[in-house]
Ligand binder design. Structure first.
Ligand code: AP5
Ligand code: MG
Length: 216
């Protein structure tokens, strides 16, 4: 299964990606996570990406596409993958389509996680991520009393781009640049919308119900 998750910042793409990818035994490929790993590792790519990420702008297409091409060429992605955060605009979607076609592959399904702006702001304000295992938590919804990961004991951190004004800008960037992907993939006949409100497990259930008919 070759699957893409789209949705605004805070829709729950990363949260759902970890469960869906594990259910389907496919690698979860998150461009945001790869950029953040490069930022913490102090690489040249990380230094470049950070200037865009801190503002809430997209990292330039040529940089992002080269990174995704490398990742999708790895062995574990040959029989399927789940992309979280890529493509992020129509040019990225067009290049992904061509790249996969050159390899005799194509996307099976694009899941749109649907949630409104107020909920997004609430979710991002309380988000914490584990610095060790990457698991995503929410201080209020997961009733976190300390800064430690309940899964592995690692220290939790708050993302630099979760400040309120940056979140607002990321939402504008989503509307302007990413939302047009909805029509792009609807025209391709592979878009399915999923209500992303309610408890995490219920959203996972809805997502798996939407995926099942597309499993080969
Ligand atoms: P990226 O890391 O992709 O960020 P994003 O798209 O803004 O999305 P988020 O990760 O903020 O939200 P999410 O949907 O994953 O939500 P989550 O599951 O964490 O990108 C960051 C930056 O990298 C970009 O701004 C850009 O600069 C760059 N970049 C990345 N990809 C790029 C590309 N292709 N091209 C160019 N630049 C790129 O959930 C959020 C919170 O809500 C958590 O606390 C979670 O616990 C909670 N939550 C989740 N589900 C529920 C639920 N059902 N109920 C209650 N709480 C919930
Ligand atoms: Mg994410």
């Amino acid at each position: 299964m070759r699957l893409v998750l789209v949705g605004p910042p805070g829709a729950g793409k990363g949260t759902q990606a970890q469960f869906i990818a594990s259910n389907l035994s496919i690698p979860k490929i998150s461009t945001g996570d790869i950029f953040r790993a490069n930022v913490s590792g102090g690489t040249e790519l990380g230094k470049l990406a950070k200037t865009y990420m801190d503002r809430g702008d997209l990292v330039p297409d040529e940089v992002t596409i080269a990174m995704v091409r490398d990742r999708l060429s790895e062995d574990d992605a040959q029989d399927g993958f789940l992309l979280d955060g890529f493509p992020r605009n129509v040019p990225q979607a067009e290049i992904l389509k061509k790249m996969l076609a050159d390899w005799g592959q194509a996307l099976d399904l694009v899941l749109e996680l649907v949630v409104d702006d107020d909920e997004v702001v609430r979710r991002l304000a309380g988000r914490r991520t584990c610095s060790q295992c990457g698991r995503i938590w929410h201080v209020e919804f997961d009733d976190k009393q300390d800064d430690l990961c309940d899964a592995c004991g690692g220290t939790l951190f708050q993302r630099d781009d979760d400040k309120e004004e940056t979140v607002r800008h990321r939402l504008e960037v989503y509307q302007e640049q990413t939302a047009p992907l909805i029509n792009f993939y609807a025209d391709e006949g592979i878009l399915v919308g999923v209500d992303a409100t309610g408890p995490v497990e219920e959203v996972t259930q809805r997502a798996m119900d939407a995926i099942r008919p597309f499993l080969g």
